[in-house]
Design a binder for this molecule. Structure first.
Ligand SMILES: [Mn+2]
Length: 331
């Protein structure tokens, strides 16, 4: 990988913006946090930017308020200081322009700035002047960890925890099929560097608000099984949010719950959006390639975890996904 090219780019930059995909997850926030710290230590002016509000337990990782485009910073604000004069934009955990809504025009304006992409997805738009791409990596956090090592940057306890949060999130706390020996080696090194798994577990998985738990109950009440109980379907409506008091980021990881069912091979969760469409999260235990399904409808992701936005109404969206999964299971 082009670690030296990436380091040259960082070396020659003074003002650096770090961002990631919309609906930032633990991998996105953990990578951003670790890079923010390392680049500040190098004396860079570092500006982090999120494209939608993070879940509260991911926001905690930053230890500071990171501006959200559209909320804390108007889109026109990107044309003003400091955003207008940055030398380098580091995009982590995505290489797809559709995942960076609001940044399209600003990213394309390249007279001054360069773009460095750090990503582990198979699909991408080649957004970077330099790209650290590793589709074998279970999390972008793995690549960030490799970059730290290539650069010789100190892995402080807080950087170690940020990277640990990244790699543990994308592997479902080391439970998913992507939890390979490399991730456990990395985890081991991060613990030696000061990461505290028990503190992170509590932060990432035991920090539900009562409203979020009630939202999960609603979701579980909507569980339906198809194809000899091998497909699990669930949904959350706008009214479920209103009645429980939960917010959008509260749906994070809820899809994983129904994977506890022994027979389930693939699962999906439809979350109603304000425009009547549905955000669909897909998970597979291995027999189904959910990325193919997401991609067919304009989404993306990995073999075992993918996402896509679908047109309503609910029943039509559900039927479409069930049929796509069933077709793969029958093959
Ligand atoms: Mn990731």
């Amino acid at each position: 990988m082009d670690f030296q090219k990436a380091l040259q780019l960082i070396d020659s930059s003074r003002r650096i913006v770090i961002t990631s995909h919309i609906r930032p997850d633990g991998d996105a926030c953990g990578c951003m946090r670790a890079l923010m710290e390392a680049l500040r230590r190098l004396g860079k002016e570092v500006y982090a930017l999120l494209l939608s509000p993070p879940a509260s337990w991911y926001a905690e990782l930053f230890g500071e308020k990171v501006p959200v485009l559209g909320n804390d910073l108007k889109p026109e604000g990107l044309m003003c200081l400091p955003w207008s004069v940055c030398d380098l934009v580091i995009v982590v955990d995505t290489n797809s322009i559709i995942q960076l809504p609001g940044l399209e025009g600003w990213l394309a304006e390249r007279s001054k700035k360069k773009v460095l992409v750090i990503d582990h997805h198979i699909t991408g738009d080649g957004l970077g002047d330099v790209q650290l791409l590793d589709a074998e990596a279970a999390a972008a956090g793995e690549i960030v960890f490799d970059l730290f090592k290539a650069a010789g940057w100190p892995i402080t306890a807080s950087a170690a925890e940020a990277v640990f949060a990244a790699i543990s999130s994308d592997t479902g706390w080391f439970r998913f099929g992507n939890a390979d020996s490399r991730i456990f080696r990395t985890a081991s090194e991060l613990i030696e560097a000061g990461a505290r798994p028990e503190v992170l577990y509590r932060m990432l998985y035991q920090s539900f608000s009562p409203a979020r738990l009630r939202l999960m109950v609603r979701m579980l009440e909507h569980l339906e099984l198809y194809e000899q109980e091998r497909i699990a379907s669930q949904y959350i409506l706008r009214s479920d949010f209103e009645q429980t008091g939960a917010k959008g980021p509260d749906t994070e990881n809820l899809i994983d719950e129904c994977q506890r069912i022994k027979t389930v091979e693939a699962a999906f969760l439809l979350v109603e959006l304000s425009d009547g469409r549905f955000r669909c999260s897909l998970r597979s235990k291995g027999k189904v390639d959910v990325r193919k399904i997401a991609q067919k409808y304009g989404g993306g992701g990995h073999t075992l975890a993918a996402g896509v936005t679908l047109e309503g109404p609910l029943e039509a969206a559900k039927e479409r996904v069930v049929q796509e999964i069933a077709a793969q299971l029958r093959r």
